[in-house]
Design a protein around this ligand. Structure first.
Ligand code: AMP
Length: 506
């Protein structure tokens, strides 16, 4: 874009929404404060470091680092420099990194000091120009040293709305991970919309205990705080005790369902503890209606559930005012179009029918990095993105997610929606939770299979579970096998990994 045009760089928008320089941007659990003025300066220093390493606008900067304030400042520094921020799950192994780094071809990789030697060897082979380090607490490493010596003054690189701000790799439970390309306009529109819908103001203090290599913690939580000029209590990971200790200082929290399940296990969670809180948000995985109700009974707060994904940012949200309905993810956000279609034909379905969720709007990504065919396959001709999630819209316009399309079980030619079977199993006395998935079956193509976690002290057998479901579910929906497990396999975002279950019990 021309230098004279108004820049669409998300960082400029952040600066235009920032409060006075002395206001707090974040505080760590051990009381370290970073003000807005310091954050903007630090982003300038980091942008200067990146520029000195030869980063030009559009270059990728990959970061596999622990959660620290400096890791967020690096994201801001990348925005200022016009670079494309590429956060990587801290759990990825060297073999996995080889794929991501080879695919994304970043100019710079930032990693933990302990991994620098191994990653430098990999980076050298893959033609990456620079490997820098950032320690776990954010206060050590070559990046920190270089930033300390750099000037805070940096002319933020102008960007157009369609220029990339970040690439986030999808978790890739089937096949290779794909790099979702997110533009400055994608991130800006969603942050502004959510800030308004969830009524964030400069007085808010958000408890941030999510990872920052994922859309939830990096964009939803952080960008909303920045758009509101609010502040956050920035915790390295979820720790129920820490959250309970800090809750009286906070006004809002964003979490995955497991956060709420774990908080409910602590007797200190009650109305008095949450008296200063105005909003709890849940997403990234389904929140059980039971958890929603239990949390409301204990605290008086109805958790607000929303739905989104790496590729689209957030699509729907239960209302701030008005009914937050357990088991639903609410109506589409302003500016987001959502429809449910027949997955085969793409024909829109009427309210009340289950089908493929498709979305369109300024929040939706611009494609998968260097995968034009995959991108084309997941968009309809009229621009709707095929999310891969199955859902249904009710008469009020509220959306419910039924599950991933690829988790749908087709048994004897009939569609079995795992969520329906899980709901019936979960309702049995003695059951804590369950996951239902398909496994290859000689007669039916796929057989319904259940992994069940029992409540402490409960004793149920496979035959008892199946017998109890017999008058609740049609025969083709009944599990053919039930396995009892100590806990369900979950990823860092609390999502049940059905691919792992299919592999184990297939
Ligand atoms: P990710 O790209 O890792 O954020 O995963 C996105 C996927 O998580 C979506 O496509 C949904 O399958 C699931 N998801 C996100 N939010 C919810 C929710 N509130 N309820 C059910 N599933 C959700």
């Amino acid at each position: 874009m021309g230098r004279s045009a108004v820049s669409a760089n998300l960082f400029d928008l952040i600066v235009s929404h920032a409060p006075e320089a002395g206001r707090r941007f974040l505080r760590t659990g051990d009381g370290r404060d970073i003000t807005y003025g310091e954050a903007i300066d630090a982003a300038g220093r980091l942008a200067n470091v990146l520029a000195s390493l030869g980063v030009v606008p559009g270059d990728r900067v990959a970061a596999q680092v622990e959660k620290s304030p400096e890791a967020i400042l690096l994201y801001l520094g990348c925005l200022r420099a016009g670079a494309v921020y590429l956060p990587l799950n801290t759990g990825y192994t060297l073999a996995e990194l080889e794929y991501f780094i080879g695919d994304a071809e970043p100019r710079v990789v930032v990693c933990a000091p302990e991994k620098a030697e191994a990653i430098a060897a990999l980076a050298g082979r893959l033609g990456v120009a620079h490997v820098e380090t950032l320690g776990e607490d954010g206060r050590t490493g070559s990046l920190v040293e270089k930033a300390a010596a750099a000037s805070p003054a940096f002319a933020t690189v102008p960007r157009g709305p369609g220029d990339l701000a970040a690439i986030l790799y999808t978790s890739g439970t089937t096949g290779r991970s794909k790099g979702a390309m997110l533009t400055h306009a994608n991130l800006a529109s969603n942050a502004l919309t959510l800030k308004d819908c969830w009524r964030f103001t400069a007085d808010d203090v958000l408890i941030h205990a999510l990872p920052i290599f994922h859309t939830h913690g990096l964009f939803v939580a952080t960008n909303i705080v920045l758009m509101a000029g609010a502040s956050m209590i920035f915790l390295p990971k979820f720790d129920a005790g820490e959250i309970i200790r800090l809750m009286p200082e906070a006004t809002t929290m964003m979490g995955v369902p497991t956060f709420y399940v774990r908080l409910l296990q602590d007797p200190r969670l009650d109305k008095a503890l949450t008296a200063n809180m105005r909003l709890f948000v849940s997403g990234s995985a389904p929140l059980l209606a039971e958890t929603h109700h239990a949390f409301e009974a204990r605290t008086g707060h109805a958790i607000l559930e929303r739905y989104g994904m790496t590729e689209t940012n957030m699509n729907t949200s239960n209302p701030y005012d008005g009914a937050r309905i357990a088991g639903t993810v609410g109506p589409p956000l302003p500016g987001v179009e959502l429809r449910v279609t027949d997955a085969e034909t793409g024909k829109p379905l009427p309210a009340g029918e289950i089908g493929m969720i498709e979305v369109k709007g300024p929040n939706v990504f611009c494609g998968y990095w260097r995968m034009p065919e995959k991108t084309a396959a997941e968009f309809r001709a009229d621009g709707f993105f095929i999310t891969g999630d199955l859902g249904v819209v009710d008469a009020r316009g509220y959306v419910s997610i039924v599950g991933r399309g690829k988790d749908l079980i087709i048994s004897g030619g009939f569609n079995v929606y795992p969520k329906e079977v899980e709901g019936e199993i979960d309702a049995l006395a003695g059951v804590e939770e369950s996951a239902v998935f398909g496994t290859p079956h000689p007669d039916f193509g796929e057989g319904v299979t259940a992994a069940v976690v029992l409540k402490p002290g409960a004793a149920l057998t496979e035959a008892e579970v199946i017998a109890a479901l017999r008058d609740r579910l049609a025969a083709y929906k009944l599990p053919k096998r039930v396995f009892f497990v100590p806990h369900l396999p979950r990823n860092t975002m609390g999502k049940v990994q059905k691919n792992v279950l299919r592999q184990t019990y297939g």
